[in-house]
Design a protein around this ligand. Structure first.
Ligand code: SAH
Ligand code: F3S
Length: 462
């Protein structure tokens, strides 16, 4: 009765939370399985950022709940953002749920499951839904365990929880609560342990990483707490690559730009959410920067690190978005020549200011704008990958590719690369000469010798 399957929806933070819950459960004697059909307990870790994500999880819950009719011992729980966002309403709507756990209570999951199993032993099926959604001081410090049996070549590390911004479209401040940072020492210890276990790359996670620790940790020699943290991670032996997601354009200061220049392990890649290329829309979205300021950051990064790679988040069809606003986003895409982007169609999130704004944009227009940006993205991604043909890139081999006999890895610029390799090279940094580039991947062969310095790719007109 102790086989658990955790299904994760949404962002890397959710993936990381699920992993930490999995590790805690395993330590408590539960085993983790890869398929829901093999599990006695299914936990859905949910996302609320868009309606579609919530609907998916609700559909899945309905489907799984059927199993309870023939298998009363089966346990079903919902964790994370949707639990927090919808609260008890979910328990009312889905009476078969055994467990509803919010974003500050992941660490309580093992206790709750133990209790449910105890109750079942005595009384038969769990009679009510256990609901645990409160805020908890210090809960940011509980997301620290990793699944130690598997070597993680590349690992996520949660450095903070919550967000104090109030973007008009976003439900995250409600689901994740106020910004809370973990201490630098705890994060460094966690990464040292990962490095001891063979991890080569870490991605530091937070809703808005460049505001990390700004209330708890003083600025030192002009360096923000986040840059101080990066410097500490740079010094960890065994870690070869550092990434983070996501910074906010507000507070993206010179110290962080210089960190890209000075810290050899900090990869030349940044995910910098723009949301829109129109200053008018940014104001309506309550994003405290202008198009010009955003482009200034892009330029400073390119000046500091000529071979910089950029990705972004964009929302199309935010209330009031006119054709001329959207054209400014198109223009931003051309100017920055993004290597990657997540383009979202605006989704009404009830309780956020944008939900009740006038001038909601018709679905058809959102769809058209979405498609247009995706086409541009495909072009810029292809141009970038083709520009790498003939160069030698450092690839961190992560594992076997899904198809064929190839292995997959990433360049420092976060481009996926497929190469013939061997099992033994998993977790190694190898020089690969690129012979082909498509919009989604690079193909190459491992070579002896060093990697090239690549000529900077100038923003091109697509
Ligand atoms: N600061 C976080 C953002 C979390 S939400 C981070 O980057 O880590 C992730 C993205 O979802 C946002 O950047 C935004 O582009 C998108 N998003 C948020 N709310 C949305 C909504 N209501 N409709 C569509 N997209 C949304
Ligand atoms: Fe959401 Fe804006 Fe924070 S997108 S997570 S409110 S920075």
């Amino acid at each position: 009765m102790n086989r658990v399957y955790i299904k994760t929806y949404g962002c890397q933070m959710n993936e990381r939370d699920s992993e930490a819950v999995g590790a805690m459960l395993r330590r408590r004697g539960y085993s983790l399985v890869d398929h829901e059909s093999d599990a006695d307990v299914v936990l859905l870790n949910t996302c609320s950022v868009r309606d579609q994500a919530e609907q998916k999880a609700i559909g899945k819950t309905g489907y799984l709940a059927k199993r309870k009719r023939t298998d009363p011992g089966f346990i079903l729980g919902i964790m994370g953002c949707m639990a927090q966002n919808r609260g008890e309403e979910l328990a009312d709507r889905l009476p078969d749920l055994d467990l509803l756990v919010g974003t500050q209570k992941f660490h309580a999951v093992p206790d709750h499951l133990d209790n449910i199993l105890e109750t079942q032993k005595g009384l038969g099926p769990q009679p009510i839904t256990i609901v645990d959604l409160d805020a908890e001081e210090g809960s940011q410090n509980t997301i620290r365990e990793h699944l130690a049996d598997k070597r993680q070549v590349s690992a996520f590390v949660s450095i903070m929880q919550g967000c104090n911004m109030n973007c008009a479209f976003c439900i995250v401040p409600k689901t994740r609560g106020q910004e809370r940072a973990r201490p630098i020492g705890a994060i460094v210890n966690e990464i040292e342990e990962l490095a001891d276990g063979g991890t080569k790359e870490v991605t530091l996670l937070g809703q808005i990483v460049n505001s990390y620790g700004r209330r708890e940790i003083p600025i030192r020699e002009g360096k923000s707490p986040f840059v101080q943290l990066l410097e500490r991670v740079q010094d960890i032996k065994g870690i070869e690559r550092i990434r983070f997601t996501s910074p906010h354009p507000r507070g993206f200061r010179q110290d962080l730009i210089e960190a890209y220049r000075d810290l050899s392990k900090l990869c030349e890649y940044v995910h910098l959410p723009a949301q829109s290329g129109s200053t008018r829309m940014l104001k309506l979205m309550n994003r405290p920067y202008s198009r010009e300021r955003y482009l200034e950051i892009v330029d400073s990064l390119r000046n500091a690190v000529p071979d910089m790679y950029f990705s972004t988040d964009i929302i199309v069809g935010f209330p009031g978005e006119k054709e001329r606003d959207f054209e400014e986003t198109v223009d931003l895409f051309r100017t920055v020549a993004y290597d990657m982007a997540f383009v979202f169609k605006y989704s009404i999130r009830s309780g956020t200011p944008a939900a009740t704004m006038e001038d909601q944009v018709p679905q058809r227009l959102k769809e058209e704008r979405n498609q247009r940006l995706l086409r541009l993205l495909e072009k810029s991604s292809l141009v970038r990958n083709e520009s790498l043909v003939g160069t030698t890139q450092e690839i961190l081999i992560e594992g076997k590719a899904k198809r064929g006999n190839l292995y997959r890895g990433k360049t420092r610029g976060f481009r996926t690369c497929l190469v013939p390799a061997t099992e033994r090279l998993i977790g190694e940094l190898v020089p690969v000469c690129i012979h082909r580039g498509t919009a989604s991947a690079l193909y190459g062969d491992i070579v002896l010798g060093g990697v090239d310095t690549v000529e900077p790719l100038l923003p091109q007109t697509l």
